[in-house]
Ligand binder design. Structure first.
Ligand code: COA
Length: 150
C-alpha cells in the first residue's frame, strides 16, 4: 500500500483520486513499477492574484496570473531519497509546459503541505510568495533549474 508518510496524501490517492479524475478537477499521474505505486502527482488549471505572486512570476503579469497547479504529490517512503521527487517535478514540468502550449500559463504554482515540503521545493528553485507556503516558479526559471526536460 502506498505510504509517503503523510496520511492526508495517502488517503486522498485511495479515496478521491478517481473522483477528481472523473470530474476533471485534476489529472493524477502515477510513477509505478509493475503494480507498485512509487509516487504520484496531480496537475490542474490554476491562478494566483498578482499581489500574491513571487516577484519574478508577478513581473509584468496579468491579474490574476494564469498558472498550472501542481497539487498533491508524494513519493513512497521506501523509495524516497533516490531522486523520484526530482523526477516528479521534471515530469510535471514536461506536462505543464506542453499544456501551456495550448492554454497560456506563466509557470507552476503549488501549496507546500508542511515545512519539509517547502524546503524540498525551495531546494529545487521554487520561490516563496507573500502567502505562507504558496510557492511558484515561471517556466523560464524552471527550465534553468532542471536543465533539459527531454
Ligand atoms: C518531499 C518528497 C516528495 C521528496 O521526494 P524524494 O524522492 O525523497 O526526493 P529526491 O530524492 O528526488 O530529492 C531531490 C533533491 O531534493 C532534496 N530533498 C529531498 N527532500 C527534501 C526536503 N524535505 N527538504 C530539502 N531538500 C530535500 C534531496 O536532497 C535532493 O537534493 P540533491 O538533488 O541536491 O541531492 C518526499 O519526501 C515526500 O513524498 N514527502 C511526503 C509528502 C510530501 O511532503 N509531499 C509534498 C506535498 S506538497
Amino acid at each position: 500500500m502506498f505510504d509517503c508518510g503523510n496520511e492526508e496524501l495517502n488517503d486522498w490517492l485511495v479515496r478521491y483520486a478517481g473522483q477528481a479524475m472523473a470530474a476533471r478537477d485534476a489529472v493524477v499521474y502515477l510513477l509505478h513499477e509493475d503494480r507498485e505505486i512509487l509516487g504520484y502527482f496531480t496537475l490542474s488549471a490554476g491562478s494566483c492574484s498578482r499581489h500574491e505572486a513571487s516577484l519574478r512570476v508577478g513581473k509584468r503579469a496579468p491579474d490574476p496570473v494564469p498558472m498550472i497547479l501542481l497539487g498533491r504529490m508524494g513519493v513512497d517512503l521506501g523509495h524516497q531519497g533516490q531522486g523520484l521527487g526530482f523526477e516528479i517535478i521534471r515530469q510535471a514540468l514536461k506536462r505543464a509546459l506542453s499544456s501551456a502550449g495550448a492554454i497560456g500559463a506563466r509557470g507552476i504554482l503549488l501549496h507546500a503541505i508542511d515545512d519539509s515540503a517547502q524546503q524540498f521545493y525551495a531546494h529545487l528553485g521554487f520561490e516563496e510568495s507573500p502567502v505562507a507556503r504558496q510557492m511558484m516558479i515561471s517556466f523560464a526559471e524552471l527550465a534553468e533549474t532542471l536543465g533539459s526536460i527531454e
